[in-house]
Design a protein around this ligand. Structure first.
Ligand SMILES: NC(=O)c1ccc[n+]([C@@H]2O[C@H](COP(=O)([O-])OP(=O)(O)OC[C@H]3O[C@@H](n4cnc5c(N)ncnc54)[C@H](O)[C@@H]3O)[C@@H](O)[C@H]2O)c1
Length: 341
């Protein structure tokens, strides 16, 4: 397998270490070619490009991994679709819903699979919780609380976040809303409040949403980048799912507590630390390996990746609609059929 990675910035190192673990050779591209060269010497990449089009023309690639920020996703997805290349695209998948729909159609028309890099649902604790819920251990789910609250300095590694006019929903809302849909299924109605708490930051750095799911379940989704906690759970997302027969809860310290019939069992769901990784990043690093392994299986077996671009449009509808809900102070209804495209 040979892939082409576009965008050699902060997060690309995790992708490249995971591709190396999975035995995939990657050629690299960044419009700042010095960044591509630096990662190429670190990871032994066979070739480096300053532009995606010549890379695609010159290389025989099995797929492309897009690790740039959102404004470049649409042109890059369209370029790769025109070359009939399967692709993985980082989150947020699209800058708005119409762009997202066009990107999904471009891949669909080209007949190539498209995986959105929504790695939170591939985190080991999330997979363990989904297994408990899916196996019916807590009965029929009626409520979930999904909480990503911390005060870790995310602006140090990703300085561009501090100046984004739209922050928490676009950056992490995509992940936690994907989790809400992962655990409880599609959303029919939603209401959002946003807050700007950290004076150093331009966009909203906290958001709270209430979601109605088509199953009848309700979820509460909380994001904050300015919650002073001790211990700070970053980068863990804490989740509780309540059902007709019990409750399953992900707690700090990677504990999964399953309660039913008045008794609780605690499981250790801490992910392994990759040989190239370190705590506390191992949660994210292991999830990147899991997502990329899933992609290789999908390519081999011709199976739709999870979440596909089409699936992710339903999450994006919530993310961008949430700004409208917050601004107007109203609950909104989703347009599932229209979004399905
Ligand atoms: N899934 C996660 O857990 C996670 C974590 C961090 C970042 N991300 C996402 O990953 C993406 C990248 O984030 P980052 O922090 O690495 O950003 P970054 O700015 O550090 O790196 C992006 C790189 O892409 C390059 N680039 C941009 N447009 C290009 C183009 N058209 N052709 C070639 N190169 C181009 C830039 O020069 C830059 O080096 C973002 O969308 C971010 O939201 C995801």
């Amino acid at each position: 397998m040979r892939g082409g990675l576009i965008g050699c910035g902060f997060f690309a190192r995790n992708h490249l270490a995971a591709w190396r673990d999975l035995g995939v050779d990657m050629v690299l591209c960044d419009r700042d070619v010095g960044k591509a060269q630096a990662l190429a010497s670190e990871f032994g990449a066979p070739a480096v490009y300053g532009d995606a089009a010549p890379m695609i023309a010159a290389e025989r690639l099995d797929f492309v991994d897009i690790v740039t920020t959102v404004e470049s996703h649409r042109p890059l997805v369209e370029l790769c679709a025109a070359a009939r290349l399967p692709m993985v695209c980082q989150k947020p998948f699209a800058a708005d819903l119409p762009d997202g729909r066009d990107m999904v159609m471009a891949a669909r028309d080209a007949g190539v699979p498209l995986l959105v890099h929504e790695n939170f649902r591939w985190q080991k604790p999330m997979l363990a919780l989904s297994q408990v819920v899916g196996a019916g251990e807590i009965g029929t789910p009626s409520f979930a609380r999904i909480s990503f609250r911390h005060a870790f300095d995310i602006y140090r590694n990703q300085p561009y976040l501090a100046t984004e006019p739209r922050l928490a929903l676009v950056d992490v809302g995509v992940h936690v809303l994907d989790l809400a849909r992962f655990f409880l299924g599609d959303v029919t109605r939603y209401y959002c409040r946003t807050q700007r708490l950290n004076p150093r930051v331009r966009g909203e750095d906290a958001a709270n949403l209430l979601l109605d799911h088509s199953s009848g379940a309700v979820s509460s989704v909380e994001i904050s980048f300015f919650s002073h906690l001790d211990p700070d759970p970053f980068p863990q997302t804490l989740v509780r799912v309540e059902g007709s027969e019990g409750t399953a809860e992900l707690l700090p310290g990677y504990r999964l507590v399953v309660t039913r019939g008045g008794r609780s069992e605690t499981h250790d769901v801490e992910p392994p630390v990759p040989a190239w990784g370190q705590r506390p990043w191992h949660l994210i690093q292991d999830s990147v390996v899991a997502l990329q392994r899933h992609w290789l299986t999908c390519l081999r077996d011709g199976v739709e990746p999870r979440p596909s671009g089409a699936d992710n449009l339903r999450t994006l509808e919530l993310v961008y609609g949430a700004y409208d809900s917050a601004e107007r102070g109203v609950a909104l209804t989703t347009s599932l059929d229209e979004v399905r495209g």
